[in-house]
Design a protein around this ligand. Structure first.
Ligand SMILES: Nc1ncnc2c1ncn2[C@@H]1O[C@H](COP(=O)(O)OP(=O)(O)O)[C@@H](O)[C@H]1O
Ligand SMILES: [Mg+2]
Length: 274
């Protein structure tokens, strides 16, 4: 289970993404990016964050520590923006705290071309968790203390918005993925990660999700049944047919950076829209 803390101050909203997370201070003297239960798609987004980050950490990626944070909406009383007031009111009680990485830089693939092994592992991971939120436009990667940190997994595991249609063999469209041009070692990543992802490992991951964000899910008999559905889905995907595995980059054997200017490549798209 995740550690529990209490928010003591609303510092500032983060407006880069869509979900309006807030920087908050807490009673453990830490500073956190708080993802609110009352935002957009609700508590499932927080579940996606916890499951994805737990899995990422176990596969060796860097990702900020997560805690459960109790938020009193009155902490936002001095915020002039009504949207923030409403968000806090809709989020009274437990929310998700992401350890704030001070001074972190946004990831720029052309300034720091990633290693093929890292790129392939990350693309494999995002394909496994159906994460469409790691595009050139919006990589959700931070550079901090010499490492690349994974953030913002709220859009992953989107099958949980409609459990009856969840298909563990569903394909993954990697065309927009920030690592696509660099991911030349997909079969190596596949061999490494499919071996690591066991039922035990997944059980440990889903155990970290608080019951209150899993209870009363339509079609399930309690929180534990929902946890097991995540485990079955991810285990089938990791161990079953590779219907979802992106092919290695077309840039394989060439310099991915040199590919970026070419018409039609992912890099050209990125360059045009910066
Ligand atoms: N743990 C963190 N440390 C520092 N900055 C962060 C952290 N988490 C998010 N941010 C910053 O806030 C922005 C929005 O957060 P994100 O988790 O991506 O939410 P959204 O769902 O709104 O895209 C990020 O793009 C990043 O610049
Ligand atoms: Mg984001």
């Amino acid at each position: 289970m995740l550690e529990k803390i209490k928010a003591t101050r609303y510092v500032t909203p983060l407006r880069e993404g869509g979900s309006l997370p807030g920087v908050m201070e807490a009673d453990d003297l830490g500073t956190y990016v708080v993802k609110f239960r009352g935002a957009g798609q609700g508590r499932r987004v927080l579940v996606a964050e916890i499951v994805s980050a737990g899995l990422a950490r176990r596969l060796g990626f860097r990702t900020p520590e997560l805690k459960v944070i109790d938020v009193d909406p009155r902490l936002g009383a001095r915020e002039p923006d009504e949207e923030i007031q409403d968000l806090l009111k809709a989020s009274e009680g437990n929310n998700l705290a992401v350890d704030f990485l001070p001074g972190a830089l946004g990831f720029e693939p052309l300034a720091w071309p990633p290693e093929p092994d890292f790129a392939s592992r990350l693309l494999w991971f995002d394909a496994l968790i159906h994460n469409v939120d790691r595009s050139w436009r919006n990589p959700n990667l931070l550079l901090w203390h010499g490492d690349t940190w994974l953030i913002d997994h709220g859009a992953a595991l989107w099958f949980h918005h409609n459990w009856p249609s969840a298909d563990p063999l569903r394909g993954f469209d990697a065309r927009d993925h920030v690592m696509a041009p660099f991911a030349t070692r997909m079969s190596e990543a596949d061999a490494e990660f499919s071996e690591k992802i066991t039922r035990d490992l997944l059980d440990g991951v889903v155990d970290e999700v608080p019951d209150e964000w899993l209870e009363d899910e339509p079609g399930f008999d309690g929180a534990q049944a929902v946890r097991q559905a995540y485990v079955e889905h991810l285990l089938t995907r990791a161990q079953g047919p590779r219907t979802w595995l992106p092919a290695p980059s077309a840039a394989s054997g060439q310099d991915p950076v040199a590919q970026q200017g070419k018409p039609g490549s992912v890099g050209a798209f990125w360059k045009d829209t910066r």
